[in-house]
Design a protein around this ligand. Structure first.
Ligand SMILES: *Cc1c(COP(=O)(O)O)cnc(C)c1O
Length: 322
């Protein structure tokens, strides 16, 4: 059984004023190297590969991928080979993420747009099997049936966390989405009466609702809880750091001493505070926010790596009632 992570109460004046209890499930602390939801998405995949005698784990991602980072370090610890197929050519400018991956023994292969577009085709898969013997191929982001099975464990952790905390149960779970696998795992496990809200960091059409529905249908799961994707908090789109978000991250980290990554967890916390202000929760509600980790990816944003609490910068920030 996986260890329980801290469930940390956010002591915020705004939450108190609205009489809403906010608890942060610190999955960023679940493992020394495999941070957050990626540990859950990888665990059954690695187990499967091992049981079937496959020694090489192959997967896909960008230059700052939390998924590849977790995979490289997991492979190293489990004594398996890892291969990362990378979107774009970083040879002249290796990112901190890719440097870690290589230091952990991951073989990286840079591919251009055209090749990247082929990554889910069977021809490309066959060519990977030809290049790497005994390979087990994991889709980008760990988004497969075994990844989903792992994220259901994360969903079960929420129930385990709340058992000792009367009144047991919660009214809302907030989680950041990429592929939606993690959200699907939570939705599968939450009882009736809970609303699961997925915060999408992606601009454009909503593909997440259909993707999550498909995962649930495929696993023959009829959710008990209610769930929906909230697209109001994409803040200029995936990976972008508008001033408003940067200001929010500085405020949040200083006030609560919880680090955030700008791609996922900052947006989920931004959603939380915006919804609190807009009275979208009822007095007496208990909201669980999942901190899905991803902090290594923050190194792609040098200006967020300066000391968290640099007072000169903070003086210029007016964060209002938060
Ligand atoms: C990958 C990732 C997500 C998205 O998870 P999905 O299961 O793909 O929806 C959310 N938060 C963090 C920090 C991540 O690294």
């Amino acid at each position: 059984m996986l260890p329980l992570v801290p469930l940390q109460q956010l002591r915020s004046a705004l939450a108190e004023q609205k009489r809403v209890q906010v608890l942060v499930q610190r999955e960023d602390l679940v493992h020394r190297t495999r941070s957050g939801n990626k540990l859950y998405k990888l665990c059954f995949n690695i187990q499967y590969a091992k049981q079937h005698g496959m020694q090489t784990l192959v997967s896909f991602g960008g230059g700052y991928s939390n998924h590849l980072h977790a995979l490289a370090l997991a492979g190293q610890e489990e004594g398996m080979n890892t291969v990362g197929i990378i979107r774009g050519d970083y040879r002249a400018n290796l990112t901190a993420t890719l440097r870690d991956c290589q230091a952990a023994g991951m073989q990286v292969r840079f591919v251009d747009r055209q090749q990247w577009a082929l990554r889910n085709t069977s021809e490309y898969c066959l060519s990977l099997h030809a290049d790497f013997s005994n390979a087990y191929i994991i889709p980008e982001g760990g988004d497969n049936a075994l990844g989903f099975r792992g994220t259901r464990l994360l969903g079960q952790q929420i129930g385990r966390q709340l058992q000792g905390l009367p009144p047991s149960g919660c009214t809302h779970v907030l989680v950041a989405c990429g592929t939606g696998t993690t959200m699907a795992g939570i939705v599968a496990e939450m009882p009736a009466g809970v609303a699961v809200l997925g915060v999408s960091p992606l601009k454009g059409d909503d593909k997440l609702t259909a993707a999550i529905s498909a995962k649930l249908v495929q696993a023959s799961i009829e959710p008990q809880c209610s769930w929906k994707i909230d697209r109001r908090f994409c803040l200029e789109g995936y990976g972008r750091l508008p001033n408003e978000l940067e200001r929010f991250i500085r405020f949040f980290e200083r006030k609560f001493m919880i680090p955030l990554d700008p791609v996922y967890t900052a947006k989920v916390m931004f959603a939380l505070f915006t919804m609190l202000e807009a009275d979208e929760f009822q007095p007496g509600d208990r909201v669980i926010v999942i901190h899905t980790g991803g902090l290594q990816g923050k190194r792609g944003y040098p200006k967020l790596m300066s000391p968290l609490h640099s007072s000169a910068r903070l003086k210029s920030i007016n964060i209002g009632a938060f």
